[in-house]
Design a protein around this ligand. Structure first.
Ligand code: 3PG
Length: 401
């Protein structure tokens, strides 16, 4: 990576200084208000420990959810402070219900070395998402050094991810950010072959750029999820009530022609009259989807064929489920992909799960630790794989040769 990281900072840049760290603590909250899946918090611990061990005063900024630019107790980071306190087990972790202004600056100035101060949701300011200059400057006053460890938000040019770094130097990457960029970057730039990409999810429109970007690089591209149906339509097949993006059928036809044998589509499907009727599901060949049925998962023959290709891979990148894995009965294809990736990992392959739904699926199957890397970024990993510049990374200090 050509960006500086916290490892490039000399101890004196950190000891006793206020280190402002943008983390992505956008985690799910349970009905009782407590943190659900805390992966994103746990993944920030190496960066936090690195700084705390060096006597930094760590000030944390994050968003949570989409509160529409005004305070909303439903999206408070207070429960995250409790979980962080448990996970860090030692250092003081304080929380204040604000993220900018004189009182917050004052609070950062009265911190002790080796302590943590988590601030309230940055999106309680409407100016956060518009990357407002004044708010970016206000955030910059909260630290002496800026660290961006929020890979999951690196595709957003917001005041706390991009704007702040223009006003606070040094501005460097944290260890999670570094790890994410290295895994994804190496997979795209110097993949060990065979290189297999698995793409799923409902819509081809959300994946078109990643298909375009990766098709020339991979040896095999497996397509599952409802988006396979847009390809089926392009092949002239009946797709019944399946989700098809009519305005993308020509594009799918063009990709089929260009992809040739690299592009592998399901040969069978699990279909049902409706998503809430998994008990009525049947397996049919892809050219036997009836007008009253819709595809909710890839079929068993496709799952086996996909798994066989995945097991041959030395680099495997996966983004998007093969079916409606949240519904029992339609999770089989997604599980087969996850199992095959776990096997490939055991055989020494570099397996990378893009964040979002695929990461949720491997977590649900209990297979997160069986992968080489599970990204904490959904939209961010997708944009990275699309070859886009991530503004939260781009703004950081370059490494000098
Ligand atoms: C995510 O969960 O993908 C990130 O935290 C970004 O959240 P956003 O899509 O609401 O900007």
């Amino acid at each position: 990576m050509n960006k500086q990281t916290i490892r490039d900072l000399p101890d004196e840049a950190v000891r006793g200084r206020r280190v402002l760290v943008r983390v992505d603590f956008n985690v799910p909250l349970e009905a009782d208000g407590r943190v659900g899946d805390d992966t994103r918090i746990r993944e920030s611990l190496p960066t936090l420990s690195h700084l705390l061990d060096r006597g930094a005063r760590v000030v944390l900024l994050s968003h949570l959810g989409r509160p529409k630019g005004k305070p909303d107790p439903k999206y408070s980071l207070a429960p995250v402070a409790d979980r962080l306190r448990d996970l860090l087990a030692g250092p003081d972790v304080a929380f204040i219900p604000a993220s900018a202004g004189a009182a917050v600056v004052e609070a950062t100035r009265s911190m002790r070395d080796g302590s943590v101060l988590l601030l309230e949701n940055t999106r309680f300011h409407a100016a956060e998402e518009s990357n407002d200059e004044a708010l970016a400057r206000a955030f910059a006053e909260l630290g002496d050094v800026f660290v961006n460890d929020a890979f999951g938000s690196a595709h957003r040019a917001h005041a706390s991810t991009e704007g702040v770094a223009r006003h606070l130097r040094p501005a460097v990457a944290g260890l999670l950010m570094e790890k994410e960029l290295e895994y994804l970057g190496r997979a795209l730039a110097t993949p060990e072959r065979p290189f297999v990409a698995i793409l799923g999810g409902s819509k081809i429109s959300g994946k078109i750029d990643v298909i375009e970007q990766m098709l020339p690089k991979v040896d095999h591209m497996l397509i599952g999820g409802a988006m396979a149906c847009t390809f089926f339509r392009a092949m002239g097949l009946e797709t019944g009530k399946s989700l098809v993006e009519e305005d993308r059928v020509d594009m799918a036809r063009d990709l089929l022609a260009r992809g040739g044998e690299k592009l592998v589509l399901p040969t069978d499907a699990r279909v049902a009259p409706a998503i809430d009727q998994p008990a009525a599901a049947a397996t049919v060949a892809r050219d036997r989807i009836l007008p009253g049925a819709a595809m909710f998962d890839i079929g068993p023959a496709s799952a086996a064929a996909f798994a066989a290709i995945i097991r041959t891979g030395r680099t495997v990148v996966w983004n998007g489920p093969m079916g409606v894995f949240e519904t029992a009965g339609f999770e089989v294809g997604t599980r087969a992909v996850a199992d095959a990736m776990a096997e490939a990992t055991r055989a020494g392959a570099t397996t990378i799960v893009g964040g979002g739904d695929s990461a949720a699926a491997v977590a649900e199957f209990g297979l997160a630790d069986a992968m080489r890397h599970v990204s904490t970024g959904g939209g961010a990993s997708l944009e990275f794989l699309e070859g886009k510049t991530l503004p939260g990374v781009d703004v950081l200090d370059e490494r000098v040769a």
